[in-house]
Write a protein of this length. Structure first.
Length: 246
């Protein structure tokens, strides 16, 4: 978004000496008053742009897996804020609340029952088949000014770590959502980026619901087998390669 009040003003054409003398007493106070009245707009245009998206994904129409699961939401996810200064604008995208809503929505749609746990290293709960521990791994966005186009584009990557009832890591799934919204959508200065982020949340959720039930660890549990902990020497899956947003 172009913040016009951050641009240098173009001076008006010079008036004649005689007219300048006549207007000087009344013009200077008016000019000072006008500049002071514009000061809040200048500061707002060059200050922070705060974005607080909400997970507006519809209720998933999927059959839950016949198992009981736990959900661990740490402080990093709850308080996640992406910060970046670009084009003299301080962008702050508060994703914590939306991330928590997203994780709860995905877990409750995936499993028969879900119970939030306070820690992964707590005493084991045999009734829980798996414990999910989501985190936001990457957030990136492109504005129309960056790309010379008309779209705000967002990439939102989650990592869903999967643990057994003893808190041991048994799998890790990376899934990414993409969203784009036109700059001329009439949503205000931060509205298009908010809308694009919410679309990315929805896209990421659809991918998780499609891919998670097919993971080997889930199939193991469905067969009645105990999930095998991941050896510490085995690296976690690398994030999928970024691709261009639509």
């Amino acid at each position: 978004m172009k913040h016009e009040f951050c641009e240098r003003a173009v001076p008006a054409p010079s008036a004649s000496k005689s007219s300048a003398k006549l207007c000087a007493p009344s013009f200077k106070p008016m000019r000072r008053w006008a500049l002071l009245s514009l000061l809040p707009l200048v500061l707002a245009g060059c200050g922070a742009s705060q974005v607080r998206p909400v997970d507006r994904s519809p209720t998933p129409l999927v059959d839950p897996l016949p198992m009981d699961a736990g959900l661990f939401l740490d402080s990093e996810l709850r308080q996640y804020v992406y910060k970046e200064k670009r084009w003299n604008i301080d962008w702050q995208v508060a994703l914590g609340e939306a991330g928590v809503t997203h994780a709860n929505r995905m877990a409750k749609a995936t499993f028969r029952t879900v119970r939030e746990v306070k820690a992964l290293n707590a005493p084991g709960e045999p009734a829980l088949a798996l414990v999910l521990a989501p985190r936001i791994e990457e957030f990136a966005f492109v504005t129309p000014r960056d790309a010379g186009g008309s779209l705000y584009q967002v990439t939102l990557r989650f990592r869903m770590n999967v643990h057994d009832s003893q808190g041991r890591l048994v799998d890790s799934l990376v899934y990414t959502g993409y969203g784009a919204t036109g700059s001329g959508s009439g949503l205000g200065s931060t509205g298009p980026l908010t809308a694009a982020t919410e679309l990315a949340l929805r896209d990421a959720g659809a991918k998780f619901l499609t891919e998670f039930p097919l993971q080997p660890v889930v199939q193991q549990v469905l067969r009645g087998e105990a999930p095998v902990p991941v050896p510490q020497s085995v690296p976690l899956p690398a994030p999928e390669s970024p691709k261009e947003s639509p």
